[in-house]
Design a protein around this ligand. Structure first.
Ligand SMILES: [Zn+2]
Length: 446
């Protein structure tokens, strides 16, 4: 429900300002129009308020800025594979889910979405919405080699033109690569199970697909990792004992490899464009792409290494990579994926928490693990409860830091100070994952 909040006082609420340090126990915040005009422990004097929000049991945070989301734009091809768009009802639901979890700014990283689609989506949802794009030649080829059904009947557009024509909507390049073109998660939950079903009528799940893929190609997606004995035992485990390791080598290679080499080249091509246009470059960071990601870390802080806690890394290897990337100035993003519902929840959480605890994360985003994501505030709440990170530090990873990482995504947002845009999320003081109200550009949604 929308409520007009011209001249609103939030009275004596807990406040995390987003700067990474500040927590006020009893803060008074005044919003006028779409701006924050007053923040202090003292009550403002000499002003009457048309609306007062009692803050006693509440905690006010800057609205969450999520820089890695898929499946939120009606009509937009999905992933670097430009797969068929989700139904509009699903993208709307996904977007509203993000908002209901406290997100007030979101960056679409389905890079084949045309900015026109973003403008349309913005007209139906109050959230601050921008996009990253990936309309360059090698990215197109990679998409066509794996799928590109979402681009049917469309002409190829030039990245240069799009950047020129939509400077307010295109704020980054990416997502360069994805599990679809780089042999990762989308292969596991979509393309490999689809192929196995087609060829054998056997239904396998994403974990089984991943085990088979890794037995054939390794985590790095290298054909010389083929291990016939291992493949044979995985085939047996997943109900495909009538098929030979050579068959699996053939079929898995045909499914995963055609897009792989060109998708790696697209990372290089995208890096050059990012440099030319000074746009942050969001890349799919995983075991399969890590050596190329490291090469393009020459971009410094224009490189946003997406979801560095990717499940294809073992913890030690992942943390070593993060340290090397950080050393070159890259922005380290980690994603909640679908961690809380994952079968490997404990393992995934301990990796996520280890990165937080070592102070190696710059940004936390959601990504889109198999079609779902775990709410950012729920995962951060667990981390805070387990003393992995403090509350102000945790909140800065999803507010001030992402607004700095992608400067044109959310200017004037990400912190609660006088003069800032009034984007905030009001949560239960004792349970930050319980979102009570959301304020976007001064308008209250409850
Ligand atoms: Zn990705």
């Amino acid at each position: 429900m929308r409520k007009n909040t011209q001249n609103l006082l939030i009275k004596e609420a807990g406040l995390v300002t987003g700067d990474g340090m500040t927590f006020l126990n009893k803060a008074n915040i005044v919003i006028r129009g779409d701006k924050i005009v007053y923040v202090d422990q003292e009550k403002p004097s000499g002003v009457t308020f048309t609306n007062i929000l009692e803050g006693k049991d509440k905690l006010v945070l800057p609205g969450i800025i999520n820089i890695h989301a898929h499946g939120i734009i009606p009509g937009a091809p999905l992933f670097s594979s430009a797969s068929d768009p989700l139904p509009g009802s699903q993208t709307n639901k996904n977007l509203l889910t993000h908002v209901s979890q406290g997100t007030t700014t979101i960056l679409n990283v389905d890079g084949f979405a045309h900015p026109r689609l973003i403008s349309q989506a913005m007209s139906t949802c109050p959230i601050n919405l921008k996009t990253a794009i990936t309309h360059h030649p090698r990215a197109y080829i990679a998409a066509r080699r794996i799928d590109a059904s979402g681009l049917k009947g469309q002409e190829e557009e030039k990245v240069e033109k799009i950047i020129e024509n939509f400077p307010d909507i295109v704020v980054a390049m990416g997502e360069a690569g994805s599990g679809a073109t780089l042999g990762g998660g989308v292969q596991d939950y979509k393309f490999i199970p689809e192929m196995i079903k087609r060829e054998t009528e056997v239904v396998i799940d994403e974990y089984q697909a991943r085990r088979l893929k890794e037995a054939v190609l390794g985590k790095e997606i290298a054909p010389d990792s083929y291990n016939p004995e291992k493949v044979e035992s995985v085939l047996k485990e997943i109900g495909l004992e009538n098929y030979s390791p050579e068959w699996a080598l053939d079929k898995i290679s045909q499914t995963v490899l055609p897009s792989f080499g060109i998708a790696i080249e697209a990372l290089e091509e995208g890096a050059d464009l990012a440099e030319k246009y000074k746009l942050p470059f969001i890349v799919h960071t995983a075991a399969s792409s890590m050596s190329k990601v490291e090469e393009i870390a020459r971009l410094g802080n224009l490189l946003v290494a997406g979801h560095c806690n990717h499940p294809s890394f073992d913890m030690k290897e992942g943390i070593a990579l993060i340290k090397r990337l950080r050393g070159k100035g890259a922005i380290i993003d980690i994603s909640t994926f679908d961690t809380l519902n994952s079968r490997e929840r404990e393992k995934e959480l301990s990796f996520f928490f280890a990165i937080l605890e070592a102070g190696l994360a710059d940004v936390v985003s959601t990504d889109y693990g198999g079609g779902n994501h775990s709410p950012i505030l729920e995962v951060l709440e667990l981390a805070i409860d387990q003393k992995v990170i403090t509350l102000p530090e945790a909140i800065s990873l999803v507010t001030r830091n992402p607004s700095r990482a992608i400067p044109r995504l959310a200017p004037g947002r990400g912190v609660i100070v006088p003069g800032a845009v009034a984007d905030m999320v009001i949560v239960n003081r004792d349970k930050i994952s319980q979102v009570e109200d959301i304020i976007i550009e001064g308008t209250l949604f409850e």
